[in-house]
Each structure stands twice: as structure tokens, then as C-alpha cells.
Design a protein around this ligand. Structure first.
Ligand code: ZN
Length: 114
């Protein structure tokens, strides 16, 4: 389950931020996960709950938002959402494009207290 190592990574980043801000507890974390990552949100939430025990992250509310897959056509430069695995540009119908969003995982918000 690679969600555990991802959760560990998030925990490290959040704790670093916590120290930088002299805060003691994390109230809320908002994560954005691209649809092209293989991260399963429920598995990540579960992993997070387990690894945050007895850390400043315990009981923090974790919210997950999904990032849609966006591509840019190499011919006409149109940016479009990739849906239903329709792999062609909606405007010029070419299939030569670049994925520009959807592969990333971002920590968007960390709310701290104390
Ligand atoms: Zn195009």
C-alpha cells in the first residue's frame, strides 16, 4: 500500500511547517490529488489516521480534492479536460497532446493552532 509512504511524506512536510510557524497542532489539511496519480483517497485517509496517532496531526481534518486531467494540444494549443479516455483534441481532433495537470499531489492548505 503506497498510500502509507505518501501519508508519511505529507506528515513530514506538515510538521516542518508547524515548527516553522511555532504552532502545536494541525486542525485541517486540504490535499489535491490528480486523477492520474494512483492514489486511492480512502486508502490515503486511512493511512493518515494510522500514522498521525500521537503526533501533532492527530485528529486533524483531512480533505481531499480531485484535480481533473488537463491536456494541451500540440497543434492548436487548446487546453482541454481529458474525460472518458477520449484521447483527442476536441477542436482539431489530433491526438498529439501533452498532459499538463492531473499527475500531481499538492498540499493546498494547512490550518494550525497553538
Ligand atoms: Zn488541437
Amino acid at each position: 500500500m503506497h498510500e502509507v509512504s505518501i501519508a508519511e511524506e505529507i506528515k513530514d512536510i506538515v510538521i516542518k511547517n508547524l515548527k516553522k510557524n511555532n504552532a502545536k497542532k494541525v486542525k485541517r489539511i486540504v490535499l489535491q490529488i490528480g486523477k492520474l496519480t494512483s492514489i486511492v483517497p480512502d486508502a490515503l485517509l486511512f493511512a493518515f489516521e494510522v500514522i498521525s496517532k500521537n503526533t501533532p496531526l492527530e485528529n486533524a481534518k483531512v480533505e481531499i480534492e480531485t484535480i481533473e486531467i488537463k491536456a494541451k494540444c500540440k497543434s492548436c494549443k487548446k487546453v482541454f479536460k481529458l474525460e472518458n479516455f477520449e484521447y483527442q483534441c476536441p477542436s482539431c481532433k489530433k491526438t498529439d497532446f501533452q498532459i499538463i495537470e492531473g499527475r500531481e499531489m499538492v498540499i493546498r492548505t494547512i490550518e494550525m493552532e497553538g
